[in-house]
Write a protein that binds this ligand. Sequence first.
Ligand SMILES: Cc1cc2nc3c(=O)[nH]c(=O)nc-3n(C[C@H](O)[C@H](O)[C@H](O)COP(=O)(O)O)c2cc1C
Length: 195
Amino acid sequence: MKILCILANPKPVQESYSKRAEMEFIKEYKIQNPTHEVEIMDLYEKGQEHLSYETLSNAINNRSGKMCEEATYFSEFDKYIVCAPTWNLTTPSILKSYIDHIVAKGVTFKYSSNGIPKGLLKDKKAIYIGSRGGAYPFPLSLIAWDERYVRFIFRFMGIKNFKKIIFENTDKDPVKAKEKFPEFLNKVKSMSKSF
Ligand SMILES: Cc1cc2nc3c(=O)[nH]c(=O)nc-3n(C[C@H](O)[C@H](O)[C@H](O)COP(=O)(O)O)c2cc1C
């Protein structure tokens, strides 16, 4: 079983709530599943690029190049952990750039004969681990695009089993956030057990 953990946060672990939660998740996951392979893909360390014209035209015209390679690589994993902060109501743009590379026609999705898109990834699951400065209960949840966008685009590729755990109010009430974080980590740990 292969697990890909995608990190989209330039902060060092000790300064990031979401990264600390992700580390706790993986620590517990490895205890529960010692034979599973977990790969960390830090998009900042990787130097994730924007989708270029060259990459795009290679994918469209030749079904080759970086986009197809990245999408194929992504498709070889069984489970995904996406870890990101909320930035300006969505995810850091580096995650969008990565997604622009992996949503590749013929690799992670296709069009059916009547033009309806169909995800090609089957029997996979994902979890989104996030952190936000404020809180977004309904109806504000409608404007927080981060997790919702990742959920929908994963679904577009066929990944329907998608869970989330988000630590909120980190900036709105920093003192309370520090107090509440251990309790949140316990929730993270228990979600990891059933992942
Ligand atoms: C550039 C930037 C934009 C942000 N935009 C939002 C936002 O739209 N909504 C929000 O609730 N918090 C926002 N925040 C606060 C972060 O989501 C918050 O600090 C969170 O804890 C970051 O996750 P981390 O601790 O894992 O880095 C923003 C922070 C930064 C640096």
